[in-house]
Design a protein around this ligand. Structure first.
Ligand code: AMP
Length: 436
């Protein structure tokens, strides 16, 4: 659908043209009219779907029609991480470039000093993009007063809750006025997100798009079996043979991020780390160097990489597997964005074989396992997923054991990389009363 048919102002259409956005993505086409109309919105969408513009364009459109507001913000966007805050703030400023007057946007996140953010807040802001903790700090100092907010956007609501922000969210909700518009975007719909949506939204319009709810199927995925201590070698081998321009590699710990980065550097591969123990400055620098293709490999932990948008990222590698099926979707969603093709490569060690099968099952996937010459595992002893933990000798199987066995049997029987209605799509339908 063209942006012109979405009742956006000419200055916005020009901005979008300059950015090379030819058509609205499905989430934009569905959400923009709803948001402009003033309805509450519940949307299943992840990074890569174009969700930022889906809420940012209506915000800018509404701002353009308002008197300049110097005192209190009218629009509040809550995000789970600093990186996402910076990214969303930058997107809003970019889209608003040709506006009749400059939008006053405050981007607020922790881990840096208060001075600059407080100064910006005192100068007057219309839109606040913030992580919850820092926003509360600023509100308690009365730098930001939230009682005239007209629209609240919860971006990546599942991550906000997964990162433990439930209490902060409640504190913020209490500061907001009644009668405002609320938008909730989430990639997944576990019970806590469903409860939040029910408590927050009034008669929301629900948007659940095919592509948004099943992103993993549009990304090519590989699963390579390898010994744990051969993974760095395998990564180097793939970097040498596959011609990937840039790779985002996920690891499970800060220490691993550092260690593997150093090992790659020793072999002349340009790599940097991105993890939570680094200062905000250092994290920003790593990300920037990677975005500008000055380094080829970004070794990142989940928290640090959450939500970051890197245009044209051809490949994501799971050096360590993610903890949950939802994290898998978030990670591989970094590649293949906005219609580009993408590749996700998973390193499977024997002790994580059963875990990966569970991730596949929950996402309705079944990937063919590969073994590469020179990296064939020498000790492949996967746990039998039907048994879970090794049974105690002589013990009769418990009810749980039997259930587990039945579930594993079913999983094995399902086969094929075929569509299974995704769990979060089902949860969304259930939450919204469309499924019993
Ligand atoms: P998001 O899902 O909001 O993080 O957006 C993912 C990427 O898609 C960003 O780099 C956007 O700049 C880009 N994008 C968003 N909407 C469009 C569009 N309609 N056409 C082309 N690119 C887009």
């Amino acid at each position: 659908m063209s942006f012109a048919s979405l009742s956006l102002s000419d200055f916005l259409l020009r901005s979008l043209e300059t950015l090379g956005y030819e058509e609205a993505t499905p989430i934009q086409a569905a959400a923009i009219p709803v948001v402009l109309k003033g309805s509450d919105l519940l949307a299943a969408a992840q990074t890569g779907s174009g969700k930022t513009a889906a809420f940012s364009l209506p915000i800018i459109e509404r701002l353009a029609g308002m008197e300049e507001q110097k005192a209190k913000p009218r629009f509040l966007v809550l995000v789970p991480t600093r990186e996402l805050a910076v990214q969303v703030g930058a997107a809003i400023e970019r889209y608003a470039e040709g506006a009749p007057r400059k939008a006053r946007v405050l981007v607020a996140f922790g881990g840096v000093g208060y001075d600059a953010q407080m100064k910006a807040a005192y100068a007057g802001v219309e839109v606040v993009v913030a992580t919850p903790g820092r926003l509360i700090d600023l509100a308690e100092r009365r730098s930001v007063v939230l009682d005239e907010v007209e629209m609240l956007v919860l971006d990546e609501a599942d991550r906000l809750l997964a990162l433990g922000f439930a209490e902060e969210l409640n504190t913020i909700l209490e500061m907001l006025p009644e009668g405002r518009q609320n938008l909730l975007f989430s990639a997944t719909f576990p019970q806590n997100v469903v409860s939040l949506a029910n408590a927050l939204l009034k008669d929301p319009v629900k948007i659940e798009l095919e592509a948004a709810s099943r992103p993993v199927e549009s990304i090519a995925q590989r699963a390579i079996e390898v010994d744990g201590n051969s993974r760095t070698g395998l990564l180097r081998h793939l970097l040498e043979t596959e011609g990937w321009e840039r790779v985002l590699v996920f690891v499970g710990s800060k220490r691993r991020a550092e260690n593997v980065t150093v090992k790659l550097q020793k072999h002349g591969i340009k790599a940097v780390a991105l993890h939570g123990n680094m200062s905000q400055d250092k994290r920003a620098r790593s990300l920037e160097r990677f975005k500008q293709s000055k380094v080829r490999v970004l070794m990142a932990t989940d928290v640090a990489a959450r939500g970051i948008d890197i245009a044209g990222l051809p490949c994501v590698v799971n050096y360590d597997l993610p903890r949950s099926a939802a994290d898998y979707v978030h990670r591989i969603g970094r590649t293949g964005r906005a219609g580009e093709s993408g590749l996700a490569v998973n390193f499977i060690t024997d002790d994580k074989d059963a875990h990966f099968r569970l991730i596949e099952k929950k996402n309705g996937l079944r990937l063919e396992r590969e073994r590469l010459e020179g990296f064939v595992p020498e000790n492949w002893n996967p746990e039998d997923p039907a048994k879970g933990k090794a049974p105690v000798k002589g013990k009769r199987p418990s009810k749980k054991d039997k259930l587990r066995k039945a579930a594993a049997g079913k999983a094995r029987g399902s086969g094929g990389n075929k569509d299974v209605s995704s769990p979060w799509a089902r949860a969304l339908r259930k939450a919204t009363g469309e499924e019993g």
